[in-house]
Write a protein of this length. Structure first.
Length: 155
């Protein structure tokens, strides 16, 4: 199971591995090792987050949500706290608590949706399509910088 299906990872490796969602640097390294990509792993992967991943949620929010952006930031903080707690429970740091088996994934989805909601209210002058395109471009740029900084992914 992948952490987030909005992320797409594609490779130009000989085995043409394609995966939706990457858990962490170790997962990328395992995929690379299995494909015997070689030393230049970073150039073998291209990442993109399509704007469509955000668009439908932004369209719904534009039509229905009118909550103040500052109140939404409070809600986002609450959702981040719930995600943190779910991770702590899942990792065994809170043995007295029990949650659903994939509570962290559900809480991460809440955080993502709340984040999109904050953006839709913060930039009311942008259409959902414009906001989705800008968010997609920023996410792609940041993913590329993240991959470039990872020691296991450099040539």
């Amino acid at each position: 199971m992948h952490v987030c299906t909005m992320f797409q990872v594609q490779t130009r490796a000989p085995l043409a591995i394609q995966s939706r969602g990457v858990r962490d640097q170790a997962a990328v390294a395992r995929v690379a090792a299995q494909a015997r990509i070689g030393a230049d792993i970073a150039s073998a992967f291209t990442m993109s987050i399509p704007a469509d991943s955000f668009l439908s949620a932004l369209q719904v929010f534009a039509a229905h949500e009118r909550m103040d952006p500052l109140m939404l930031l409070c809600k986002l903080t609450e959702e981040c706290g719930e995600l943190a707690e779910a991770v702590l429970v899942e990792r065994g740091f809170k043995p007295h608590k029990t949650l659903e088996p994939e509570a962290a994934i559900a809480e991460a989805a809440d955080v993502l949706l709340c984040m999109l909601l904050v953006l839709s209210r913060l930039y009311p002058g942008l259409t959902p399509e414009q906001l989705a395109a800008r968010l997609s471009q920023q996410a792609d740029d940041k993913l590329a910088r993240y991959v470039a900084r990872q020691p296991a992914l450099r040539a």
